[in-house]
Design a protein around this ligand. Structure first.
Ligand SMILES: *Cc1c(COP(=O)(O)O)cnc(C)c1O
Length: 441
């Protein structure tokens, strides 16, 4: 049923025109599936520019942005220090395929402020970082099987597109075509927040599991916050079985704190992957571990991994300029407090009105869910029918100048560029949008 829309839909003429063109060039008109707006109303918005917390589309509509390029932009769009450092570095050329001092500089910045890793390697995306971490774990343990969780997304490499979340869930699929069954056979998938399932998997595949990979803060299929005790159990069962524990912190790294979820929960994984924030908006990923494990990587070790543009100087420059700002005293505290107040105010409004709506939040990550559940810790607990409500909310918010990722399974992010005024306007828009969703039921 179409709900009553009390304000006009924004104009999307230019975006629609660009989208028609794009469909002749790219499958579905996009270079990454969720961008196609399949789960929300209308055609995708083509973005013209971003500045601070704001975005402008091709039709000149202005939005306060809570997608933040899916997480990397913790300082908002077009941060002056990041931009200036990038411009300075690119004057000297954009790629050499040889080491530069900038790689040392970014690595030192990370390693001296992170208790959980001793050595790292840079890649050009999160997918590559995770794929390489899996290969390292297999090479190190000389085992083939890996275990992942339903509702965690780890990029689009073959072994991990087995019942993965993110865009795939949105499209109602459980895996991708084109992945040999033999690959999927090496990946065990279990539910989150379920120690019995873990016990059963380790019993059935005794001595065969190279690695368990988890988003310690699962944020690609809703925000499925795990209890610390569960993550500790995972740590223990891996240690007992000689299995490496991989924390995929491509979202949570540098987001919930400089040391990510490992620091937040104070749990030592064996390998950590980062991406998104680490590149300041340019393509960077990395994986890191103890020196002992990392030295299994080529050219010192036997696990091969490489990249023409790995450690790219311009991307390193963006990362350096971004991470330096995150290390300023009080940075995370201010960001976290701002987000907590925002989430609490929205929850309070929904509660007062008796709406079946929850705001789940950890540090500067939030997720809106149309439910009464105090917590949702596993993918199966999300009611797919509730996504209809998100769809209406998304349209109402766009019409009020608020941009959320175009799927109810995606989380939102607050950046240091979001002002009190932005957040006040956003709360008002959310209140109005919730009224429309719930009054039309
Ligand atoms: C985004 C993401 C990836 C994939 O990173 P890309 O840069 O998109 O390849 C992997 N793991 C997690 C947890 C992510 O959020």
């Amino acid at each position: 049923m179409e709900t009553q829309n009390n304000i006009n839909d924004i104009s999307r003429e230019k975006s629609a025109e660009l989208y028609e063109k794009a469909k002749t060039y790219f499958p579905g008109g996009v270079n990454s599936p969720v961008r196609a707006f399949k789960s929300v109303y209308g055609t995708p918005l083509f973005i013209q520019k971003g500045d601070g917390s704001h975005l402008w589309d091709a039709d000149g509509n202005e939005f306060i942005d809570y997608c933040c390029s899916w997480g990397p932009l913790i300082l908002g769009h077009n941060n002056a220090q990041v931009r200036e450092k990038v411009i300075e570095v690119l004057q000297n050329g954009m790629s050499f395929g040889a080491p530069t001092a900038l790689e040392n500089e970014l690595a030192e910045l990370i390693l001296t402020n992170n208790r959980f890793i001793e050595k790292l390697r840079f890649t050009s995306s999160g997918t590559e970082a995770v794929m390489s971490a899996i290969r390292l774990a297999r090479g190190y343990t000389k085992r083939d099987k890996i275990l992942k969780f339903e509702g965690c997304y780890h990029g689009h490499s073959d072994s991990l597109l087995v019942k993965a979340g993110s865009g795939l869930v949105t499209f109602g699929e459980t895996s991708s075509a084109g992945i040999p069954k033999a690959f999927a056979d090496e990946t065990i998938v279990v539910s989150l927040n379920d120690t019995n399932a873990l016990d059963a998997a380790f019993a059935e595949f005794k001595g065969q599991i190279a690695a368990v990979i988890i988003e310690p803060i699962p944020a690609n299929n809703g925000l499925l916050l795990q209890e610390k005790a569960y993550l500790q159990y995972l740590r223990e069962i891996c240690t007992q079985n000689g299995t490496l524990l991989i924390f995929d912190e491509v979202i949570s790294g540098f987001r919930v704190g400089f040391e990510g979820a490992a620091g937040y929960y104070n749990i030592q994984p064996d390998i950590i992957t980062y991406g998104k924030i680490i590149g300041g908006g340019l393509p960077v990923g990395m994986y890191g571990s103890s020196a002992k494990i990392m030295d299994h990587i080529s050219p010192v070790g036997t696990v091969y991994q490489a990249g023409t543009l790995s450690g790219n100087p311009v991307a390193m420059a963006a990362g350096i300029a971004q991470l330096n700002q995150l290390l300023q005293p009080g940075f995370y505290e201010a960001l976290n407090n701002k987000t907590t107040a925002f989430a609490n105010a929205i929850q309070q409004y929904a509660d007062e009105k008796g709406y079946h709506f929850k705001v789940y939040q950890i540090r500067s990550i939030f997720w809106f869910a149309f439910t009464d559940a105090e917590a949702i810790r596993a993918a199966e607990e999300i009611n797919p029918a509730s996504m209809v409500d998100f769809k209406v909310m998304h349209r109402e918010l766009l019409n009020r100048g608020i941009y959320l990722g175009p799927s109810g399974y995606e989380v939102g992010f607050i950046s240091s560029a979001h002002t009190d005024d932005d957040l006040a306007k956003t709360k008002q828009a959310i209140f109005e949008s919730l009224d429309i969703v719930f009054n039309s039921k």
